[in-house]
Design a binder for this molecule. Structure first.
Ligand code: NAP
Ligand code: MG
Length: 402
């Protein structure tokens, strides 16, 4: 059989533990038989990050800036225990954090929807994508305990020496105080990433903040979104038949709960942290959640939302077969291939990405599932298979329809 050709390589970021094993199985069983796969390979496995003093992570992000589309396997973010386990030179930073800083991106997370797994929210028919701002607010705040009667001020000192002082509170006893910030540049880039993404998936964009209470801070988000929309996106949204809609965050939550889904929901940093866990749990499983990092100028890095599934890996090392769900990693590959196909004008490759996703969903709907989905599927009976068995079942269907 003739394999589908590619033009530009994908940036391939390999990773750790169980997901590293699944990575290779997906390539061997579902990609290489059908696609003449072109990638620039970077090994982000922890040993190689350590051996290269983490240069490999930076190089992979730089390659993404150059080539435009990357696919990433889950990676270990080392803690003290991992430093010991892998005899690391130091406690390397989170690869996702490093890549996000270089791409200056926004993270979009969406559940993979299958008809036999009903979301807990009955009205949701289509996936809800959460777009989380990945900079500032309480994640970069400074805080202190106030131990007794005190005055607390907010003081801004400008480069030319001017100062501006705002009284926070006259404390007549102990309490707490914090200072936090964000940047116009970061908020504008967040807005651009959200508008660009909504256009690419042709879905409405909703954004909520608390501008009625936070009349300067949250209002800034509202104003900058509106400014970027009016200047750069309004016409393109009209052309695509989609809309941008701002309302208070609590109103957005109420509307999302009653909606059909099929929207992109832009969230400030903390709101996105909380709401992405809410959407993921309401849809059943972290193993059915995709994640893509999009830079303001439209570079895409696709990955799974879950980690390296360490507990399954340790069982794998003991020689047991595991039934780890490869869907999110598989959808990272199909997402990246589709994006590459669109950029390079390769309709056969785009069609393959669509077919790969549909076939995977059909396999689940037919009742062939990994262990985590067994209790979530509302089918009369399911057949639980191991990871390889699941990928092989998808291969069988793909080859039959090729
Ligand atoms: P995890 O790898 O997401 O796994 C947590 C648990 O969720 C698993 O033990 C498993 O539950 C279930 N699970 C997750 N993915 C699954 C899948 N594909 N199929 C079936 N079950 C799945 O999180 P973790 O154990 O907290 O973290 C492990 C490592 O991943 C850490 O070193 C962390 O640094 C790293 N991490 C990386 C990323 C990333 O690269 N994006 C993100 C998060 C964490 P059961 O054991 O009950 O079956
Ligand atoms: Mg969270």
């Amino acid at each position: 059989m003739q394999r589908i050709a590619m033009k530009t390589p994908l940036v391939e970021m390999d990773g750790d533990e169980m997901t590293r094993i699944i990575w290779q199985q997906i390539k061997d069983i579902l990609l290489l038989p059908f696609v003449d796969l072109k990638t620039e390979y970077f090994d982000l496995g922890l040993e190689h990050r350590d051996a290269t003093d983490d240069r490999v992570t930076v190089e992979s992000a730089e390659a993404t800036l150059r080539l435009g589309v990357a696919v990433k396997c889950a990676t270990i973010t080392p803690n003290a225990q991992r430093v010991e386990e892998y005899h690391l030179k130091k406690m390397w930073k989170s690869p996702n954090g490093t890549i996000r800083a270089i791409l200056d991106g926004t993270v979009f997370r969406a559940p993979i929807v299958v008809d036999c797994i009903q979301p807990f929210v009955k009205s949701w028919k289509k996936p809800i994508t959460i777009a989380r701002h990945a900079y500032g607010d309480i994640y970069r705040d400074v805080e202190t305990l106030v131990t007794g009667p005190a005055k607390a001020d907010l003081v801004v000192i400008y480069a030319d020496g001017r100062t501006e002082t705002v009284r926070i509170h006259d404390f007549d006893g102990p309490g707490v105080v914090l200072g936090m910030h964000n940047l116009d540049g970061s908020i504008r880039n967040f807005a651009r990433a959200c508008f660009t993404y909504a256009l690419s998936v042709r879905q409405d964009l909703w954004f909520g903040a608390k501008d009625t209470i936070s009349k300067i801070y949250d209002h800034r988000f509202k104003d900058l979104f509106e400014e970027v929309f009016a200047a750069e996106f309004r016409a393109r949204f009209e052309e695509a038949g989609i809309s941008y809609f701002y309302t208070l965050i609590d109103d957005v939550v109420a509307r999302v709960m009653r909606s059909e889904g099929g929207i992109v929901w832009a969230c400030k940093n903390y709101d996105g942290d909380v709401m992405s866990d809410m959407v993921a749990s309401a849809c059943g499983s972290l193993a059915m959640m995709t994640s893509v990092l999009v830079s303001p100028d439209g570079k895409y890095e696709y990955e799974a939302a879950h980690g390296t599934v360490t507990r399954h890996y340790y069982r794998h090392l003991k020689g047991e077969t595991t039934s780890t769900n490869p869907m999110a990693t598989l959808f990272a590959w199909s997402g990246a291939l589709r994006r590459r196909a669109e950029l390079d004008g390769l309709p056969d490759l785009a069609a393959f990405a669509d077919r790969l996703e549909k076939t995977s969903l059909d396999t689940v709907s037919s009742g062939v599932v990994t262990g985590d989905l067994a209790s979530l599927c509302d089918l009369p009976s399911v057949k639980v298979v191991d990871t390889k068995g699941f990928l092989t079942a998808i291969h069988g269907r793909l080859a039959a329809n090729a």
